[in-house]
Design a protein around this ligand. Structure first.
Ligand code: GLV
Length: 317
């Protein structure tokens, strides 16, 4: 029987199915650091890793010579924690879990747009504090969402799902920035530059992949294109945003607020962000529904099963 390491507890049904086919180890000690990733590459035929497990070039280099692993079936659409070039060079296949988390992640983007615009975090804290004095005509006034302009940065599957919600659900005008030309089947205007998009939007939503190509795409220059009344939302990867530049823009009142699901050094969230009431901060919940996490686990396992049967995983990267 081939050995399989599942690096975090996932849906029981998926683990049970895996146990029928593989000699399974489920790690309960949190994300794998580089040394643990290197050791795992030397110890298991296949690995089902997820965000935070550091399958870096160094981990592959360290495992070389004693490499056992042939397949990384990642749990997650984003795989910026895996050096895919180093994996390929080491003869290790990599797959991911697209599509199944698109709607859940788009829903979290809407949660952040609405919660930030309507000051839901502040309101929640006020109710729980016991200090709410009752309805006040001028209390906790937020920003209207319906009919405003959303600027999507990265019009892939998730970006489009957010744009659809904004257009069809909230009557919003959709503009977007995407590296390549993109045609979508609902009203949306592709703008030539990132700055054009950031400048036109009342809500900027970042939905690009992570990785070297997008690291600090959103820097102080990009943020300075935004209107002082506009709100910034990130549901992609923390590294896409220069976090100190975002903090500075918020502190200077250069932008009106931020809704964040991801951070540069998770789980570290800068105290400066936590101190600002006009930020809504979620703990990387994009795909966190029972249904979606079950589907992600199943897809990750199906890819590993395909590899094990000598077939190409359906979601190879
Ligand atoms: C979650 O962030 C994922 O990449 O699946």
């Amino acid at each position: 029987m081939k050995t399989l390491l599942i690096t975090r507890p996932i849906a029981e049904a998926v683990i049970d199915q895996a146990r029928e086919l593989f000699d399974v180890t489920v790690s309960e000690t949190g994300a794998l650091d580089e040394a643990a990733a290197e050791q795992a590459l030397q110890s298991y035929d296949a690995i089902l890793p997820t965000l935070g497990d550091l399958f870096s070039a160094q981990a592959f280099a360290g495992a070389a010579g004693n490499m056992r692993c042939k397949m990384l079936g990642n749990f997650g659409v984003g795989y910026n924690h895996i050096d895919v070039a180093a994996a390929k060079q080491a003869g290790v296949l990599v797959s991911n879990t697209p599509d199944v988390l698109t709607d859940a992640t788009a829903d979290i983007a809407m949660t952040l747009i609405l919660a930030t615009a309507r000051r839901a975090g502040e309101g929640e804290r006020l109710v729980r504090s016991g200090n709410w004095g009752g309805f006040g005509p001028k209390d906790l006034l937020g920003t209207h969402v319906t009919g405003k302009t959303v600027g999507i940065v990265g019009m892939g599957r998730i970006g489009q799902a957010i744009a659809r919600r904004c257009h069809f659900g909230f009557g919003m005008n959709v503009v977007f920035y995407n590296r390549s030309a993109k045609t979508v089947d609902f009203p949306a205007t592709q703008l030539p530059t990132l700055a054009d998009t950031m400048g036109a939007a009342d809500f900027v939503v970042v939905a690009t992949p992570g990785g070297a190509a997008t690291t600090h795409l959103i820097d102080s220059a990009a943020l300075s294109a935004m209107k002082p009344s506009s709100i910034f939302v990130n549901i992609s990867r923390g590294e896409v945003v220069d976090e100190p530049a975002l903090v500075a823009a918020l502190e200077a009142g250069q932008i009106a607020g931020a809704g964040l699901d991801v951070y540069e050094n998770e789980p570290v969230v800068p105290d400066a962000l936590k101190a600002m009431d006009h930020c809504v901060l979620l703990p990387h919940l994009g795909s966190a529904t029972v249904e979606t996490r079950q589907a992600m686990g199943q897809m990750a396992l199906d890819n590993i099963i395909a590899w094990s049967n000598g077939n190409a995983p359906a979601q190879s990267v």
